[in-house]
Write a protein that binds this ligand. Structure first.
Ligand SMILES: [Mg+2]
Length: 176
């Protein structure tokens, strides 16, 4: 299968609490960031939001348990892993590839635009990216900023771990 995968919020996690404490002197846990849009979640400007993400993508990443190992097994089993990330707003594609290699994230290709070809599975924590995707299996990685979604079309499958993602891709779990 062709698997399109986001980075932040799926493979690794921003430490917003630390960044916001440093920048604004406030104590806001990740759990209280209720939307993916920091302008809305925090009442800050677009340029402040950009600057936070710019800083966040260059900080030491916190990997989500099982991400690298699962991607490695999927790749080994013959699946093709395509990386599509908003990090490209803050780093070049070569910079992203170097970053993925440095942190031993298994993948096949990094793409500038995940809408340019067809994928079988799309893993992301951003609802707009998933809903714009043609992938029939849309796995929404559970994060505080996507929990408000009512999923009225039933298009999204919420996943909480890489173990679940692996089960779904391996067909060990049938989707509704
Ligand atoms: Mg993300």
């Amino acid at each position: 299968m062709n698997i399109l995968c986001d980075v932040d919020g799926c493979i690794c996690q921003y430490d917003f609490t630390h960044l916001l404490a440093q920048r604004f002197g406030v104590a806001i846990p990740n759990e209280q960031i209720y939307t993916h849009d920091l302008v809305e979640a925090l009442g800050i400007t677009n340029s402040e939001s950009n600057s936070i993400f710019d800083e966040a993508v260059h900080e030491h990443p916190y990997f989500i348990y099982g991400a690298q190992a699962t991607l490695g097994r999927l790749k080994q089993a013959g699946h093709v892993v395509w990386i599509w990330t908003g990090r490209l707003k803050y780093m070049t594609i070569q910079g992203l590839e170097a970053w993925l290699d440095r942190y031993e994230v298994p993948y096949n290709y990094a793409v500038l635009d995940g809408n340019e070809r067809k994928y079988d599975v799309h893993i992301d924590d951003a609802i707009p990216k998933l809903m714009g995707s043609s992938a029939p299996i849309k796995l929404l990685f559970d994060q505080p900023w996507n929990r408000m979604c009512h999923n009225v079309r039933g298009a999204l499958t919420r996943v909480y771990s890489w173990a679940e993602i692996e089960e779904i891709i391996n067909g060990q779990r049938t989707l509704p």
